[in-house]
Design a protein around this ligand. Sequence first.
Ligand code: NAD
Length: 480
Amino acid sequence: MLKKQILINGAWVDAENKDVIKVINPAYGEVFAEVPKAHKADVEKAINAAAAAFESWSSLSPSKRGAYLRKASSLVFERKEEIAKLMTMEQGKPYKEALGEVEKGATILRYYAEEGERIYGRIIANEEEDFESRVIYQPIGVAAAISPWNYPIELLAWKVGGALASGCTIIAKLPSETPLSPLAFAECVHDAGVPAGVINAITGSGSEIGPVLFDSKIVKKVAFTGSTETGHEVLKGCIPTFKKVSLELGGSLPTVICRDCKLDLAVKGSVRRSFRNMGQICIAINRIYVEDDIYEEFIEKFVEETRKLKIGDGSKEDCDLGPMCTMGGVKTSVSHIEDAVSKGAKIACGGKKPEGAKYEKGYYFEPTILRDVNHDMLVMKEETFGPVVGVMPFSTYEEAVQLANDSVYGLASIIFTESLSLANYLSKKIDSGNVAINNVDAGVINAPYGGWKDSGFGHEHGPEGLYEYLLIKHIRIRYL
Ligand code: NAD
């Protein structure tokens, strides 16, 4: 049994009362590791450590903080294979995908090492000649990060990078399903030599640790990525202490495929973005709207390409899809499929657990395309967070916009068209914080990423991700 400790005040420790959380390998449904289950006393130690470290960390120049982050980034690159192996075992994604995510985590730290040096203020001329306004940015203080299991390192890296580069110290509450790879990531930051307390990484129950962080007057900022439901709890918890909050929440991503698009590109993108990481991505495609005269052709090709995806234990074989991370995810996928079929949808492919002894114990599920769906079905309304996508035709672009916007979520959307004016019309009319046109990746490292509507508020990525951890100060000077 693999055992890991948590990081509090620069030391690797167990929970004070020795409680643990068991970690399951979803490829077999078996426990293979355990990590401490932190309680209030442990969280308070982490908060106090982060508070004690803030003064000196925030006083360092951005370039000195950047040097630590660059070193941490190098360590993540050096250890990427061993960290990726842990991620595949706890999360289920194929090793090559896990490796890509670890590399991205390292790149994010390096990016924020640089971006931290570009925190520029402003000088504003006043009406009176001898007065001037200066605008400067200062770190907000102790930050708390709460992240989910679907991208255990990437979603943590955005928060650690932004917080540390801006001069904040951090307490990272890691996901219980996948604590091992983010602990290994935090270890790289620790081993880069950051002073004790600058990064604290703890594991335990979200509903227990969350309120300790929210109630603390020391914690000034909470960066949360997770479900919209938990996002409500986080926001409510942060009201009494007026914390700055950023919420990256759930989504239900619409994709609009127009008749003039490059169909093969649209098919390839739809396969990748519907099923990658078993659909357990906040920006996974959930709903596809296809212009009616290419509807049948699109479905035929989409099914053909989806059937080529190889499913397996990504730690042992080269495959496209691993198991889902949790049994709960399989159950939601099944219930959304059953709901759609009972209301008239047809299963174009998938819809069940793959057959064969090697899939027996794990949380495997076939990538599933539902055709002829409508908006009475859960798959088109709720976030499945699984390898299930609904496809339906549209006949006018106004209808496509109306369908795309018929959702409480507004995280991202995808459009396939070769017409610049159509791309412009659809991207402006669809209510989402991110739009990808003729590609399926709206999130890039140096441009802001954030949701609209029930998908949350605030940003990660880009300089905006840094400003989430900074306060604005206006200094008005009279020159004597
Ligand atoms: P979740 O909301 O259940 O958990 C997220 C984190 O919050 C976990 O670390 C969990 O332990 C913690 N938590 C749970 N209850 C809490 C509470 N009461 N107070 C404080 N923390 C608490 O989400 P999940 O199932 O782990 O992740 C999947 C969800 O995350 C999906 O809805 C997905 O869309 C969303 N997500 C959003 C983005 C984005 O960028 N918008 C990215 C990835 C995932």
